[in-house]
Write a protein that binds this ligand. Structure first.
Ligand SMILES: [Zn+2]
Length: 281
């Protein structure tokens, strides 16, 4: 089964006129021909069906005016077989054991955390019971790593892969979104931190989502040169994100453009096989 491990959907109440958006968000929405919630979902389904992919993980984000929350994503996943449920939780949520249990019962295939947006330091010892729960339910953890561009942030340092050492030691399957990379040259790059963790721990992976700018090509080439790192990456588009590489002829389908880009530079089927393995599909 071919999977896109990382896609997003707008909140059903999203109103571009009222919600504060930045140039990145505006660019993405323009590209999706966004008119309303329903049309966003139907467009995304046809993009998946027109690609070689079978399914995409829809990642929920709680407390965001822009992104769909757990309840909305769960409803979409119940209705359309193209989607798999990516639940957003925090180790500091009230009744977290019940929430993890419910997410599992509701068919969640992974748990997403955006440390800088949720203001969570994953190296905090208080997160350990949460990691033990994820291990018990065999739920992988997808963590945003590297700079956050679209959602309000507390400290960007919270997105450092080094903070995942405890979770890695416990044996949680961890997917570091964007492999810790940055989009602009002057920004802090956490790629080396990710690479170190992915080499040290068998259960640590990285997703290739939104690694599509000219700055990230340096890090992508480092992955391709290392057999160990190349075996640890997973395909993701971070839809509505799309490749900025002008050398890839656009198909006007950002999902196809994304995997065409990775395949063109040398990534192979491992990026799809890893998704099946990590998500227990
Ligand atoms: Zn994302």
């Amino acid at each position: 089964m071919l999977i896109d491990i990382h896609t997003h959907v707008v909140n059903s109440n999203f109103n571009p006129k009222e919600c504060k958006t930045n140039f990145v968000i505006n660019l993405f929405l323009k590209k999706t021909n966004y008119t309303n919630y329903e049309n966003y979902i139907t467009n995304l389904i046809s993009l998946i069906n027109n690609s070689k992919l079978d399914k995409a993980v829809l990642v929920a984000i709680e407390n965001s005016e822009l992104c769909a929350n757990n309840e909305q994503v769960f409803e979409i996943c119940k209705k359309y077989s193209e989607f798999l449920y990516g639940v957003n939780l925090s180790p500091f949520d009230k009744d977290i054991d019940l929430k993890v249990q419910n997410a599992y019962k509701n068919g969640a295939v992974l748990v997403k955390i955006l440390p800088s947006f949720q203001n969570v330091n994953l190296s905090d010892k208080q997160c350990i019971p949460f990691f033990e729960l994820l291990k018990e339910y065999n739920l992988p953890l997808l963590v945003h790593t590297g700079k956050e561009y679209t959602l309000k942030t507390n400290s960007q340092n919270l997105n450092n892969p080094d903070l995942l050492e405890n979770a890695a030691k416990i044996g949680v399957k961890i997917i570091c979104a964007h492999c810790g990379t940055r989009i602009f040259l002057h920004e802090k790059n956490y790629f080396k931190n990710w690479a170190k963790l992915a080499i040290k721990y068998e259960n640590v992976y990285g997703d290739l989502s939104a690694m599509i700018t000219p700055v990230q090509i340096f890090d992508l080439k480092k992955i391709l040169k290392s057999h160990e790192l190349k075996s640890k990456v997973i395909f993701g588009s971070d839809y509505p994100s799309f490749p900025f590489d002008l050398s890839v002829k656009t198909t006007n389908n950002p999902i196809i453009d994304s995997y065409n880009f990775y395949e063109k530079i040398g990534f192979d089927d491992t990026m799809f096989k890893n998704a099946e393995k990590v998500l227990n599909l």
